[in-house]
Design a protein around this ligand. Sequence first.
Ligand code: NDP
Length: 232
Amino acid sequence: MSVAIVTGANRGLGLELVQQLLQRDWRVIAGCRKTDVLRMTELAGAHPGHLHVMPLDVSSERSIAAFVNEAQMVTRTLDLLVNNAGVLIAGERYGEVAAKSLAQSFAVNASGALLLTQACSELLRAAGSARVANISTVMASLALTDTFRTPSYAMSKAALNMATRLLAAELAPHGIVVTSFHPGWVQTDMGGSQAPLAIADAVTRLLERILRMDAADAGRFIGSDEDQELPW
Ligand code: NDP
């Protein structure tokens, strides 16, 4: 049975990714900052041995190390890592951008994905061929940016895209494909209710594309439309 890790798994896209992976008969390790979420407890109860809910704060090196140790107790291989955890600090305006917002966004959105992937190297390599999906955003595109909007989010996700390129180059020789994805604008807490895409539809499409990842996708930035290439 294939094994996946999903970060930021207790709500939004992460929770739906977990549910759809379980429906596809994957074993899932769900990394959650808060593990005592009722939905996660219910899901774990409904999928004994298939869903492992473990504490993970991707902005903490110590938490990443403890999480990977715990993951290694339930699996020796990892077929898929979805770096989904993310934070968007809304309402930032030029002149008022705070260092703390930038630092927090970089720690979660960019550094967390690189550090967790690095810590999972052994598990990923042991799978023989594996995938790392970094959940980015079109708002990280330098080419498509012409207004001063959510700078902490946009800058940190652009850094995540660089992590994708760096990791793709480093890990390709080990059969590990690393790719950035924009999931579309989705009705989550982050996306808001005015977003055009329902969570289940967006994740169905995203997951279908993730599961088709192959060597040719290494280091790509893939949009929400079928095989759309986003400009860096
Ligand atoms: P949500 O805000 O609904 O969920 C974010 C998730 O990330 C939560 O589970 C949250 O946990 C978790 N998280 C935040 N900080 C940390 C941390 N330090 N450690 C571990 N987990 C953390 O967002 P979405 O589901 O909408 O977004 C998922 C991903 O998709 C993000 O990376 C986002 O940038 C990206 N994306 C979303 C779009 C959208 O329209 N929704 C569009 C483009 C990209 P907690 O509950 O503890 O806060």
